[in-house]
Write a protein that binds this ligand. Structure first.
Ligand code: NAD
Length: 460
């Protein structure tokens, strides 16, 4: 394990500040070279990454490629667009500024801190890191200690391929985080739970450090009657039970039109069998719960409502079967906390207004899913609810579209990233106004006597 001494954190940051001051990271060619290095390093370590995720989450290899190693696509996207993103943008000026020109220069922030969670422990470190590199920053990276094997492989990849004066990994848990948060950074990018997000923001406030907080919450999934049932159940099953439900944008609970509820439950049962067989414990395609603590928390939800599918669990394996719960009350803990596991409560509604009212009575979610072909219903849900993002007639796939900024709103987060949004998150937009010397009208200079009518006209 490559662990950088926690006591050395101040020195590492200082070294990065000195390196940043050299201006090297501002060169676009340098940034592209580093992105290419990162891609190459990931490709070289593919097998170790797969093994680390197997060890941490028993993540199936296909899921590791689909949701973790797939970040190399984000690297390609950044490399392809970087020249364009870094160009100063011309800004329009009004007629009374006729002798001026205006431009917006994106400039790197400096030394940034990236703190990651355990559920997509590779992707959720590398993806923001791509933005930090593309925007020309130095970075300190703190992966989650709970996915310890993945943390180790990230530390190894970075130490082997990058100078710590540019990119450095600090491994460890809360203590490491706290030591880092005691230092001044130019930006903190945090992915994790809402409670810890508040701690991060409080620590950042001390230095007025800007933050991006990618948090969680309970993402609802509305199912109307105007759907293709077969496609709907497959897409819900996949989005909910991939990574054993430990996905920040997994559908947390279903809000189902009463008239289609039975068909939906039958369909979900069928698709679960199609995906994971008669007994999912034997499926190589079904992940495990990250830790005993998280397992115990999830098992406690099984006493809420009525388990209609699944419910089996094995502590020794940290296995919980894909589970559907009916007849839950909104006061049950399964409906109060983010579930973050393979348990799906079902709540029925008669009128869409009830579903919308329930969503709006709770903190704004990270994602909202709607299955319906009804254009008016789509419009109503989009207009009357607020969430980090929305995906209609599918689940989770919105994270894969580089042109869509990804992030929360309200309790589900602050700021966003992916594609150009990642570059923007790690850049300062410097506004530059330039005048010329060919003319110098005196209307704004003292003495002011007699100038007010003209000024009023200009304001008019
Ligand atoms: P977490 O908040 O417990 O931990 C995240 C990181 O914060 C870890 O690196 C951890 O070491 C550090 N940390 C924990 N306690 C800390 C403290 N007291 N002070 C400073 N640092 C601390 O989150 P997690 O359990 O790793 O991840 C699960 C949560 O993350 C869920 O709520 C999920 O919805 C959310 N999440 C959000 C996204 C997103 O993109 N919005 C993605 C993945 C996970």
């Amino acid at each position: 394990m490559i662990t950088t001494e926690l006591s050395n954190i101040g020195n590492i940051i200082q070294t990065q500040r000195e390196f940043f001051q050299t201006g090297k990271t501002k060169e676009v060619t340098f940034r592209i070279e580093q992105l290419k290095n990162l891609k190459q390093a990931i490709i070289e370590h593919e097998q170790s990454i797969v093994e680390a995720l197997q060890a941490d989450l028993r993540k199936p290899e296909v899921e590791t490629y689909l949701t973790e190693i797939s970040v190399i696509k984000d690297i390609d996207y950044a490399i392809k667009h970087l020249q364009n993103w870094t160009k100063p943008q011309k800004a329009a000026v009004s007629w009374d500024f006729f002798s001026y020109s205006a431009r917006i220069y994106p400039e790197p922030l400096g030394v940034v801190l990236i703190i990651g969670p355990w559920n997509y422990p590779f992707n959720l470190i590398i993806s923001p890191l791509i933005g930090a590199i593309a925007a020309g920053n130095c970075a300190i990276i703190k992966p989650s200690e709970i996915a310890s094997h993945t943390s180790d492989i990230i530390a190894k990849i970075i130490a082997k391929n990058f100078d710590p004066a540019y990119l450095a990994v600090i491994e460890g848990g809360v203590e490491a985080s706290q030591k880092l948060l005691a230092e001044k950074f130019d930006h903190i990018f945090f992915t994790g739970g809402t409670a810890v997000g508040k701690i991060i923001m409080a620590a950042a406030a001390k230095y007025l450090t800007p933050v991006t907080l990618e948090l969680g919450g309970k993402s609802p999934c509305i199912v109307d009657t105007d759907i293709n049932l077969e496609h709907t159940v497959r897409r819900i099953t996949w989005g909910k039970f991939i990574n054993a439900g430990q996905t920040c944008i997994a559908p947390d609970y279903l809000l189902v039109n009463k008239t289609i509820k039975k068909d939906l439950i039958d369909g979900l049962e069928k698709s679960l069998k199609e995906f994971y067989g008669e007994n999912p414990v034997n499926s190589p395609d079904y992940a495990r719960i990250i830790s005993q603590k998280h397992f115990d928390r999830l098992v406690s939800f099984l006493k809420d409502g009525e388990v209609i599918i699944g419910g089996e669990n094995q502590p020794s394996e940290r296995y919980i079967a894909p589970t559907l719960i009916d007849n839950v009350s909104l006061e049950d803990s399964v409906m109060q906390e983010e579930i973050f596991g393979p348990i799906l409560p079902i709540i029925e509604y008669t009128d869409i207004a009830e579903a919308i009212a329930l969503i709006n009575s709770r903190p704004k979610p990270l994602a909202l899913y709607l299955f319906s072909q009804d254009k008016n219903l789509q419009k109503q849900v989009l207009q009357e609810t607020s969430s980090g993002g929305v995906c209609i007639n599918d689940t989770v796939m919105q994270v894969g579209v580089s042109s869509l900024p990804f992030g929360g709103v309200g309790d589900s987060g602050i700021g966003n990233y992916h594609g150009k949004a990642s570059f923007d998150t790690f850049s300062h937009k410097k506004s530059v106004l330039q005048n010329s010397f060919w003319l110098d009208l005196k209307w704004r200079y003292a003495p002011y006597q007699g100038k007010l009518p003209l000024i009023k006209k200009l304001l008019g």
